[in-house]
Design a protein around this ligand. Structure first.
Ligand SMILES: *Cc1c(COP(=O)(O)O)cnc(C)c1O
Length: 403
């Protein structure tokens, strides 16, 4: 399958896009959950217990995640999106408030601001790590800015030294969208303990899964109380704490509860998180070693002190060295049965945001990067042969299209 080096030149097998034999026979997804027998047993045990939802497993899972990340409080909710909504609520975001959000992220990072009547203000990223650019964060601050949602893109923590200093100087709340970064750390401290509010996701492609699910971690017990009420209609006590029929709803909340069944799955998954993160790191290191020497590929940049959870491995194509654009590289890799993806369309390019009046051109680094991004498959259950097939296909495709 691999191109052979002959007198310094690479001879290619014909691309599958043009009728050649694909590097692999079956499609390799960009992300996939790992569910083992012990996970299934934990779920079945809960199904046989008296509690299907809001029972002992919720608290156990919250305590286990809190202990793992090193935060005193963790509040389980029904998704990463619910976690963002709850965190923005707890931070007091409301009509008229501006919240700065990097433009290269999943739309939910910004949508949570709109849910509360606030205004997302999009900031640019650094061209190497694709994480929030602290200089642009500071440039976008106005007297109305109340908070910043930082996104740990691809699982790599942002430059929190710089972000913290800016937030302190301007009195901003930092909400860390760590949907992709459970298991990562910054300057030796785990993600989940770095900022006043951190949100996690347990969607199947993330570090661990509960099918759908999320969590907010915080050092502040008053914030934790607001989060707990928000996930349960704004009611101040839960049924396990109440001795009587009386309860009070003192804020407008939602039903964002996570079930005991899901928390049992999450607890079981958490036992294997460390091993999965190191397998992700191992695969990422193989890719970097293979691609660093290929002229058309810019490998992911790392920030000093940031240890990534390696949720995604995103390459940037050096388009000036290729005869085609990203669309064709993408199509050619798909034809080789490599399930590549693109993370993300700049948030404000979505038609909903366009209708709100956001103009193209707001974040030039994000827009330029977007044209060059390709996400390669990366998940802990990939075999060494899977990894080799990605390396072979990427090498085959970019060599075929190189100028
Ligand atoms: C996955 C993800 C979310 C949303 O999480 P869900 O659990 O799918 O609601 C939010 N932000 C980022 C950056 C994500 O990757």
């Amino acid at each position: 399958m691999r191109g052979r080096a002959t007198s310094g030149r690479i001879t290619q097998d014909k691309l599958a896009l043009f009728g050649g034999k694909p590097v692999r026979d079956t499609l390799l997804a960009y992300g996939h959950q790992t569910v083992e027998e012990e996970d299934i047993a934990a779920v079945v045990e809960t199904l046989r217990s008296p509690w299907l939802t809001t029972g002992p497993k919720v608290q156990e899972f919250e305590e286990a995640v809190a202990a793992y990340v090193g935060a005193p409080n963790a509040v389980a909710v029904s998704s990463g999106t619910a976690a963002l909504h709850a965190a923005a609520f707890a931070a007091g975001i409301g009509p008229g408030d501006e919240v700065i959000v990097p433009a290269l992220t999943f739309a939910a990072s910004a949508n949570c601001v709109l849910y509360l009547g606030g205004k997302p203000v999009f900031a640019d990223v650094r061209p190497d790590t694709l994480n929030l650019d602290p200089a642009d964060l500071e440039a976008k601050i106005t007297p109305r800015t109340k908070a910043v949602v930082t996104v740990d893109y691809a699982g790599q923590p942002c430059d929190y030294e710089a972000v913290e200093a800016i937030a302190r100087r301007h009195g901003l709340v930092v909400i860390e969208d760590a949907a992709q970064a459970l298991g990562a750390s910054f300057n030796g401290r785990r993600v989940g303990s770095l900022n006043p509010l951190t949100t996690l996701s347990f969607h199947p492609v993330k570090s661990i899964t509960t099918a759908e699910g999320g969590m907010v971690t915080t050092h502040d017990s008053a914030l934790a109380q607001r989060l707990r009420a928000f996930r349960n209609h704004g009611i101040t006590t839960d049924h396990r704490q109440r001795g009587s029929w009386l309860y009070d709803m003192d804020a407008l909340g939602f039903n964002y509860r996570l079930s005991d069944i899901q928390c049992a799955l999450g607890l079981s998954q958490l036992q294997r998180l460390e091993g999965w993160i190191s397998r992700r790191g191992e695969i990422a290191a193989c890719y970097t070693k293979a691609f660093r020497g290929l002229e058309p590929i810019q490998v992911p940049g790392d920030h000093p002190g940031a240890e990534s959870a390696w949720h995604l491995y995103v390459i940037q194509l050096r388009l000036e060295t290729l005869r085609v654009g990203r669309e064709q590289v993408y199509a050619a890799l798909r034809a080789e049965n490599i399930g590549v993806n693109v993370h993300y369309l700049p948030v404000y390019w979505h038609s909903y945001y366009q209708r709100l009046g956001y103009q193209r051109g707001l974040c030039p680094v994000v827009e330029a990067a977007y044209e060059r991004l390709v996400t390669l498959p990366l998940w802990p259950g990939m075999s060494d042969e899977d990894v080799d097939s990605v390396v072979a296909a990427v090498t085959k495709v970019v060599s075929a299209f190189q100028r």
